[in-house]
Design a protein around this ligand. Structure first.
Ligand code: ZN
Length: 370
């Protein structure tokens, strides 16, 4: 009988975070570091699931530039409320839920602190649940390939607390492929910036969850292969950069420009102009200007859907305020070569993988589907 495969995806498990899980009692002797992708989890998770780089599946950031009428356009009415109200997390959550219900979206959607008047210029590339959908940007996921082959696949609902996700796996000891998504570490590291008590406590709990999932699958009478992977690590924030001066310059010079201030990326499309005119907007700010060539070189979408240019901050810097949040102590989303862009891989046997793109083909080979 073929062993069952337990695939544990831990958001923000980088090489620096992985030893905590081992210290917490998880016994997985093979430890490796994988090259990550440019962008946030919105780009990295699709790469893990499909084996394709962001340039192929088209995901990189939560918000993209709208083509034509945006489904988010009705959210501009949030602007009729006073800012103290419309920026409240609860108000944004309710508005996001209403929108998702109207359009039938079941993917991850958070409105963060996007200025209401910008919603008509924005779209969300991920409208479907990544783990339940058949494909991402036209590329099938390994979960779907396994389902289509008639294998027993169990995934966990990311909307539920982590404990309940583990219970979902425990209810399916017959699964051939069990996919456990653990998201708690990312939130703790954004809050704390480093491996403090919060991250250590979470790691102890996570080790127990993974042991429970292994036990459940073994109770089906089979061997279990376990792989635990992250999508990136986390950098401690040393500098904050106020983007409002650049925003004012962009709006003054290019009134029709597309702009989005992500945590580490200022994304902009200003229409035809010399790159020097764009570079000039960021004068005095540390970082690097990526044009279509720079994005393509990094395997990122370069067709302008996230903006024609990206001003990328150096590791450890953060735009505050940004459209996705305020001051936090930890962040990721830096250049591919940075430490925090790398992901950890822990496994009980050797996994032939050097980058996130290698994981999906490895899973398919393990399942005998490739
Ligand atoms: Zn994160």
């Amino acid at each position: 009988m073929k062993p069952a495969l337990l695939f544990v995806f831990v958001d923000a498990l980088g090489p620096e975070q992985a030893p905590m899980l081992l210290d917490a009692g998880l016994s997985l002797p093979h430890v490796a570091t994988l090259r990550g992708v440019l962008g946030f989890s919105s780009g990295a998770i699709p790469t893990i699931l499909t084996g394709a780089p962001p340039a192929a599946h088209g995901r990189m950031c939560l918000f993209s530039k709208a083509e034509g009428t945006s489904p988010l356009a009705p959210l501009r009415w949030l602007g009729l409320l006073p800012r103290v109200l419309h920026e409240r997390e609860r108000v944004r959550r309710v508005a996001g839920k209403l929108l998702a219900r109207v359009y039938g979206f079941d993917g991850y959607l958070a409105l963060h602190r996007v200025p209401p008047e910008l919603f008509p210029s924005l779209d969300i590339p991920e409208k479907r649940d990544l783990f339940e959908g058949k494909e991402i940007g036209g590329v099938p996921t390994f979960l779907e390939r396994a389902r289509e082959a008639g294998l027993g696949v169990v995934t966990t609902d990311w909307r539920r607390p982590e404990e309940q996700r583990v219970q979902q796996l425990e209810a399916h000891p017959e699964a051939d492929l069990a996919f456990l998504y653990l998201s708690g570490l990312d939130a703790i590291l954004h809050r704390d910036g480093g491996l403090d008590a919060g991250a250590r406590d979470w790691s102890k709990q996570a080790a127990r969850w993974i042991h429970r999932a292994q036990r459940a699958l073994r109770s089906g009478g089979r061997e279990v292969r376990t792989v635990v992977v992250g999508d990136h690590g986390m950098a401690r924030i040393e500098h904050t950069v106020d983007p409002r001066g650049v925003l004012a310059k962009v709006r003054g010079r290019f009134p029709k420009a597309f702009v989005f201030v992500d945590a580490t990326m200022f994304r902009v499309s200003v229409g035809p102009c010399e790159p020097e005119a764009v570079r000039e907007l960021f004068q005095g700010i540390a970082g690097e200007l990526l044009d279509a060539g720079g994005l393509a070189e990094r395997g990122a979408p370069s067709d302008g859907r996230y903006g024609d240019y990206v001003w990328l901050l150096p590791e450890g810097s953060l735009f505050v305020p940004s459209f996705v949040g305020g001051a936090v102590r930890g962040m990721h989303g830096y250049d591919r070569a940075s430490r925090s862009a790398r992901a950890a891989l822990l496994s009980d046997g050797v996994v032939a993988a050097e980058c996130l793109e290698d994981l999906a083909p490895w899973v398919l080979r393990e399942l005998g589907l490739l």
